[in-house]
Ligand binder design. Structure first.
Ligand code: BGC
Length: 809
């Protein structure tokens, strides 16, 4: 039997919901306010024909059961949080003195919802994507229309981990009852506001069918969702969220639509043309609401006041371009604006997206007439393109091609005007790299075939297959073994205090201890940590603990701590990225770090920052954006916030994980260029700017290799190119496999050779709970082509470096 045949059924890699036990309903000071303001700043106003903000002289009739059964977060490990309270939309609207509700309709929904509670399965992956809506009749609607001035319709959706959105009614599309609700309400009322209480982008083509005056995408706002919504609707908070994704006219218009959801693999044929990069280049007319778009109750004037280019030492290319910008509030009420800067790089030998986001900044709250000066800078790394073909003459290098580089300044990708630019006279190599994650089977990808007045048309080219030898690369870079000394009586506190070097400490460890450092303790909910934890690693066996290595406790996740205690539920990832306010995100995650420490968790498995490649991905709500720059900047802010409290973040899932269906089987077949420029770029920014101490790989394969065995991803790129020095852990459990380069190396040995240091939670499948060696790591130790002790020690040092950081003070 080979090791793939031994693989346990994939369902066993799934986990369970945490069943809650009582505890103290304590919220740390300042947390609720930050949740409320970030949920409000994340709301994106897509349309407003003179109906918002609401004032209390208008009576508002609220339709849709999600007013009572509000969705606060998505499902799975990124949503299974138990907050001390949840403010529903109904609670928030009712509490708001500036909003007058139609009490009769409000009461009708309250009693109907009470009699028809939503059917919510606690079985993993079986959660509802929407709730059955209260059927309306003419009498209800007409009576409400007589009593009220304005209608508000709430549409709710959720998806999650192993719960992909689907192209059906009740998921991506509206249900018939929702359609009827919209039809009847818009017919009866002169003014209708629609509030989208959704974690993902869903079909919005109905906005053309029904005559609605305002649309607010309010996402999933965490435990303060209702208060945040009320703040925006009544104008206590002037809407200032901007879309972190493009809303296309139809699902079929998304470039990944035909290559999504494959159980075995997906060809990333759209290549770098993901999201607005595709629409801006090829299909502007297919956009309903553009990336970066969001209205305000006031308006702003954005001006470029100056531009400069700083040459690099070699003077072959600029080191940085900078714009001085002024933003003036030219409307009648206070508000914040997000300035966005896009780069249009020349269509040279490498084809480029018409625009790419290269800088953004959010203003402070500006009073009418007030101006703020903003400095936007763009380092060279954000202007280059990766040549995976050699077309420019520089294969496997980031190059700045000759030609005109133009900057567009504005408040959405569509509303951005040419502001400045520079000429690059010759093509320059900015960074020479080596090929990674090579594809194993040719496929066609998008390129630009013609550039005309009306835009570009899509061409196709074959993605190059290259024949680099991974085996050689690995063998040439094997780490030196530290001479084993046996126990010298050094304690880990001696390393922390600087009395003993890390190498001397590691030299003492025997093979059993080295192996134990590469694996979590066994199952989730370890008795060594706070109840409900996701497992521990580090000091998982007594002899390590005797040497002073403590167990490091992990817990989810992106929307709040997932333990068996009351903890704060923060807005979902997409809500946060739509704030475009990294300062606010950092502050929020500072509080999250405080809470993490309070509950004695060392590593919070957050943030999640995979790219929104397709609107159907079940975990999009946890992640940030279709754009890697916005994702990376938001994630870096989250990491800085968490780690300012001395506990570690753990960005995930490195890399790919763009679908939930068959997530631990599917292979992302992606060109090296798209991998680097889109799917890794956000992680690169997050790692370089946020400096996380831990990082989690993904379940999927990247070009045929599971991420948890992927030497190129983790050793060549993450550690080698980006200088990451922390610990890398698997996503929970792993697939069994043997290394194609070193067939003797199986499972844990294959993994450790890639420098995926720790298998979490420690066992391979779901059922075993205790620490037990499967033998695969040490089976080949010191044999020809087998594991080397140097590799085990290297992984031990990666893990212990984090432990040292954790206890540095
Ligand atoms: C998820 C991770 C999560 C882990 C632990 C996995 O199923 O993919 O994001 O952190 O479980 O709960």
């Amino acid at each position: 039997m080979n090791s793939l045949e031994k693989q346990k059924p994939e369902t066993e890699l799934s986990q369970e919901m945490i069943t809650f036990t009582e505890g103290e309903k304590h919220v740390i000071p300042g947390m609720a306010e930050l949740i409320r303001s970030s949920a409000a700043e994340g709301c994106v106003l897509l349309k407003n024909d003179d109906v918002l903000p609401l004032s209390n002289d208008l009576n508002v009739a609220v339709f849709g059961r999600c007013q009572k059964n509000t969705f606060f977060v998505g499902y799975g490990s990124g949503g299974d949080v138990h907050p001390p309270y949840r403010v529903t939309y109904a609670d928030g609207l009712k509490e708001c003195s500036e909003i007058t509700l139609n009490e009769e309709l409000f009461e009708l929904y309250r009693s109907w919802c009470e009699k028809n509670p939503p059917v919510i399965s606690t079985l993993w992956g079986q959660w509802p994507m929407c709730y059955q809506e209260m059927p309306l009749n003419d009498e209800i609607v007409e009576r409400a229309a007589k009593q009220s001035d304005v209608a508000m319709v709430i549409i709710g959706r959720a998806a999650g981990e192993e719960r992909e959105n689907v192209l059906s009614q009740g998921s991506f599309y509206l249900t018939e009852t929702e359609e009827q609700m919209l039809a009847m309400v818009t017919e009866a009322f002169k003014k209708t506001i629609v509030v989208m209480n959704c974690g993902n982008i869903i079909d919005m083509s109905w906005t053309k069918k029904y005559h609605v005056q305002a649309i607010l995408y309010a996402w999933l706002g965490g435990m303060e969702a209702g208060n945040a919504l009320a703040d925006v609707l009544c104008g206590r908070v002037n809407p200032c969220g901007k879309l972190s994704d493009t809303i296309a006219a139809t699902y079929e218009d998304y470039p990944s639509a035909v290559n999504f959801g494959g159980p075995e693999y997906n060809f990333y044929a759209e290549d770098i043309f993901v999201g607005y990069r595709y629409f801006e280049t090829f299909a502007k007319d297919k956009v309903l609401f553009p990336f970066g778009f969001g209205l305000s109750y006031t308006s702003f004037q954005i001006k470029c006041e100056g531009f400069s280019v700083k040459q690099s030492m070699s003077a072959e290319y600029p080191e940085e371009a900078a714009l001085e910008v002024s933003v003036t509030n030219i409307g009648a009420c206070d508000g914040k604006e997000t300035v966005q800067l896009y780069l249009a790089a020349p269509q040279g030998k490498l084809k480029k997206a018409a625009k790419s986001l290269v800088a953004f900044a959010k203003t402070k709250l500006l009073m009418p007439g007030e101006t703020q000066k903003i400095h936007l800078s763009v380092p060279i790394e954000d202007m280059v393109s990766y040549d995976d073909t050699g077309k420019t003459g520089y294969q496997f290098a980031y190059v700045l091609e000759e030609g005109k580089y133009e900057f567009f300044l504005g408040n959405s990708v569509e509303n951005a005007a040419k502001a400045a630019g520079f000429m690059q006279k010759t093509t320059a190599v900015v960074q020479q790299l080596e090929p990674v994650c090579s594809i194993q089977e040719e496929f066609e990808r998008f390129t630009v075939s013609e550039t005309g007045e009306v835009g570009c048309s899509i061409g196709r080219e074959t993605v190059p297959v290259n024949s680099r030898s991974l085996r050689e690369r690995i063998l040439n870079r094997l780490p030196e073994e530290i001479k084993v000394t046996g126990n010298q009586g050094y304690l880990f506190s001696d390393v922390i205090d600087g009395k003993v070097s890390m190498d001397s400490f590691v030299a003492q460890l025997n093979d059993e201890e080295l192996e134990a450092l590469t694996r979590g303790e066994g199952g989730m909910n370890s008795s060594l940590g706070t109840e409900g934890n996701t497992g521990v690693f580090g000091g998982v066996i007594p002899s390590l603990r005797e040497k002073g290595v403590p167990p490091m406790v992990t817990a989810d996740g992106p929307a709040g701590l997932r333990v068996k205690r009351y903890t704060s539920l923060i807005p979902c990832g997409t809500t946060l990225s739509c704030t475009w306010n990294t300062e606010l995100v950092e502050k929020l995650f500072e509080k999250m770090g405080e809470e993490t420490k309070l509950h004695k968790i060392d590593v919070i498995l957050s943030p999640g920052l995979n790219i929104h490649r397709n609107p159907l991905c079940g975990r999009n709500f946890e992640y940030y954006s279709e754009d890697p720059y916005l994702s990376g900047k938001t994630a870096a802010a989250a990491v800085r916030g968490i780690q300012s409290q001395g506990v570690s973040a753990c960005p995930k899932h490195f890399a790919g994980n763009n679908q939930e269906d068959k997530r631990n089987q599917t292979d992302d077949r992606v060109s090296e260029r798209a991998l680097r420029e889109i799917y890794l770029k956000g992680f690169e920014i997050c790692v370089k700017e946020g400096k996380p101490q831990n990082l989690m790989t993904s379940y999927n394969k990247v070009n045929g290799v599971w991420s948890h065995y992927n030497y190129d991803l983790v050793t060549t790129v993450l550690r080698g190119e980006w200088g990451y020095e922390g610990n890398v852990m698997t996503d929970w459990w792993m697939r069994l496999s043997a290394s194609p380069e070193f067939p003797l190396l199986k499972d844990n040995a294959y993994r450790v050779r890639a420098q995926v240091d720790v298998l979490m939670p420690g066992n391979i499948g779901h059922k075993e709970r205790e620490y037990q060696s499967d033998g695969s790591l040490l089976a080949t130790l010191s044999k020809e082509d087998g594991m080397t002790r140097g590799e085990l020690q290297r992984t031990a040092k990666n893990v212990l470096r984090f432990v040292k950081w954790r206890f540095k003070d």
